[in-house]
Design a protein around this ligand. Structure first.
Ligand SMILES: [Zn+2]
Ligand SMILES: [Zn+2]
Ligand SMILES: [Zn+2]
Length: 478
C-alpha cells in the first residue's frame, strides 16, 4: 500500500535507513551486550542468528530444570487503562505502591464513583480534583456512596488517608507513592529513581502536567484519549517515539561536547537518529495494518477495507501525536511508515505484563491465621473483602516489549517459560527452564497455552504471524 501523503525524497531515504534491519552481527552484538547487564541476571544464554530461522536464544552452558535464565527489563511497557482502577503501581517498574490500605481504599473509592473498567480512570476523577494533591489525601466523599456499598460512610476515606490501618498490613509493606515531578497527577512511582528514569526516558515528552516538555498539552490529552478509546498500543508507540527523540537529543549534546564520535556516512543528524533508534531497530517489524490478524468476524472479502481502516486509525493517532511532540530533527519518526512499523513490532512481539497483587497475599495471610487471631482480624477486614467482591485481588495487567524475551522462538513443547517467582514483584519478565537444556540447544517458550489442541494453537499463533512447525506440531499433524 502507498503512503497517505507523498513523502519527499530525502525523508524517504531517512525512513528507509531506519527501516533497514541492521546486519545480524550488529543485532547479536547489541543483544548480547544487554545480556551482560547485571540487572538482567541472565544466566548461560546468548542470542545467535541461525540463517533463515532468524535470531534465537541459545544455551551457552548446560542448564538445569527450574533454573533462572533471564530477568528481562522492558524497553517500553504500560498498564492497561482499565486496570489502573484496580491497582496502583509504579508507572516505570510496575511494582505495587502505597499500602494495602491505599490499594483497597482507592479501589473502593473508584467503585463508589462508578468508574467502570471501560472508562479511563485517569481522566475521570482520581487525580483531576487537585493535581498537587498528595495520594494520601486524595478524594472526597461522593454522593453515590451510601446506596452502592454496605460500608459505613467515611471508611473508604480513612483507609486512603491512612487514618485506618488494617491488622497485619505492616507485613505487606509497599514503597510510598511518589507523584510525577511534571505534575500530571496521573503517573506515580515507587521511588525518586523510577520517577527520574521514566521522566528521562519518555515521560517528560508525554506528561500532561504543567512541567511537560511537549509542544501542546491539549494535543497530548487528545492523543491519549484517542488511544484509550481505540487501542492502547498507540501509547506504547508514543513511548517508543518519545524515547528515541530524547535519546537523539542526549546524543547530540554528547556529540557537540566531544568530537565526532559516530562515524557513519550520510548526514550527521541521521547517524545520531540511527543510533538513538537502535533499541527499536533490532526488533522484528512489519507494518501494523499488514501484519494485524484479521478478526474472526471480518469476512475475507472485507480484508482490504479492514486493513485500510486500521491504517487510517494509525494515521489519526499519528496526527495527534505530531501536534503534541513533533521534532523537526527527528522528522522521520513521524512518518506513517515508521509509526506503522513501530506499532507492528509491538503487535508481533508484545507480551503480557503481569504483577501479582500484595492485596491477595494479605487476605490469604488473614485467612491462614490461627483462631482467635483470625476471628479478630476478620471482624475488621471482612466488610472490605465483601465490598471488593469476587475479584478482590486483581493483578497489575498490561503489555510490554521485552528485547531479549522477544528473541525467544516459539515451540509447542518448550524448554523454558515465563514464570514469576514469589520474589518477582515488578514488571520484568522472568524466564526459567522447564526441563534440562544442553549447551548449544535453542531456548524456546510457548507463545500460547500448551494444553490446547493443534488447531486451537494454530488459530492463536496467527496473531504472531507464523505457522508453527515444531516437532510436536509435525507429529500431531493429521
Ligand atoms: Zn518503580
Ligand atoms: Zn507526568
Ligand atoms: Zn508447534
Amino acid at each position: 500500500m502507498e503512503s497517505f501523503c507523498p513523502i519527499d525524497a530525502e525523508l524517504g531515504n531517512e525512513v528507509s535507513a531506519l527501516l533497514t534491519p541492521p546486519p545480524p552481527s550488529q543485532v547479536e552484538e547489541y543483544l548480547n551486550e544487554l545480556i551482560k547487564t547485571s540487572s538482567r541476571q541472565c544466566h548461560g544464554i546468548r542470542v545467535k542468528h541461525n540463517g533463515d530461522l532468524g535470531k534465537g536464544v541459545y544455551a551457552d552452558s548446560d542448564l538445569k530444570e527450574e533454573e533462572l535464565l533471564l530477568k528481562d527489563q522492558m524497553l517500553v511497557g504500560l498498564q492497561h487503562s482499565s486496570n489502573k482502577i484496580e491497582c496502583l503501581v509504579c508507572s516505570f517498574c510496575f511494582r505495587f505502591i502505597g499500602s494495602v490500605e491505599l490499594q483497597i481504599g482507592r479501589r473502593l473509592y473508584l467503585q463508589e464513583l462508578g468508574v467502570s473498567a471501560s472508562q479511563d480512570c485517569c481522566q475521570a476523577d482520581y487525580s483531576s480534583d487537585d493535581e498537587e494533591e498528595d495520594l494520601g489525601q486524595c478524594g472526597s466523599s461522593s454522593s453515590g456512596y451510601q446506596d452502592k456499598l454496605p460500608l459505613p460512610k467515611g471508611l473508604t476515606q480513612s483507609l486512603m488517608n491512612g487514618e485506618l490501618s488494617l491488622p497485619y498490613s505492616d507485613k505487606f509493606s509497599m514503597p510510598p507513592a511518589v507523584p510525577c515531578p511534571g505534575g500530571c497527577g496521573e503517573a506515580y512511582y515507587c521511588s525518586k529513581l523510577c520517577a527520574e528514569s521514566d521522566w528521562n526516558s519518555s515521560h517528560s515528552l508525554l506528561c500532561t502536567g504543567e512541567r511537560s516538555e511537549s509542544i501542546s498539552r491539549e494535543a497530548l490529552v487528545k492523543f491519549i484519549q484517542h488511544a484509550n478509546e481505540t487501542n492502547d498500543i498507540f501509547l506504547l508507540a508514543a513511548k517508543a517515539v518519545a524515547s528515541t527523540i530524547l535519546k537523539y537529543r542526549k546524543l547530540k549534546v554528547t556529540q557537540s561536547e566531544g568530537e565526532n564520535k559516530l562515524n557513519v556516512s550520510g548526514s550527521p543528524s541521521l547517524s545520531l537518529l540511527l543510533e538513538a533508534w537502535k533499541p527499536i531497530s533490532v526488533g522484528h517489524k512489519r507494518r501494523w495494518w499488514d501484519c494485524i490478524a484479521l478478526p474472526v468476524d471480518v469476512e475475507s472479502s472485507d480484508e482490504n477495507e479492514f486493513r485500510m481502516q486500521i491504517r487510517e486509525l494509525a494515521f489519526s493517532s499519528l496526527q495527534l501525536l505530531k501536534e503534541a511532540i513533533f521534532d523537526e530533527e527527528c522528522k522521520p519518526l513521524f512518518s506513517l511508515e515508521i509509526y506503522g512499523h513501530i506499532i507492528g513490532m509491538f503487535e508481533l512481539n508484545n507480551l503480557d505484563l503481569v504483577v501479582a497483587s500484595p492485596v491477595e497475599d494479605y487476605f490469604l495471610y488473614i485467612d491462614d491465621l490461627p483462631d482467635p487471631k483470625k476471628k479478630e482480624a476478620e471482624e475488621i477486614t471482612r466488610p472490605f473483602l465483601v465490598a471488593l467482591g469476587d475479584d478482590y485481588s486483581v493483578c497489575c495487567q498490561g503489555t510490554a516489549f521485552y528485547p531479549l524475551q522477544s528473541c525467544m522462538n516459539h515451540s509447542c513443547s518448550p524448554n523454558a517459560k515465563a514464570f514469576k517467582r514469589e520474589e518477582d514483584r515488578d514488571g520484568q519478565a522472568t524466564i526459567i527452564a522447564v526441563k534440562p537444556i544442553c549447551k548449544g540447544e535453542e531456548v524456546t517458550i510457548s507463545y500460547v497455552d500448551e494444553d490446547l489442541l493443534l488447531e486451537e494453537r494454530r488459530a492463536l499463533l496467527v496473531d504472531y504471524g507464523f505457522k508453527c512447525k515444531c516437532p510436536r506440531c509435525v507429529e500431531e499433524e493429521p
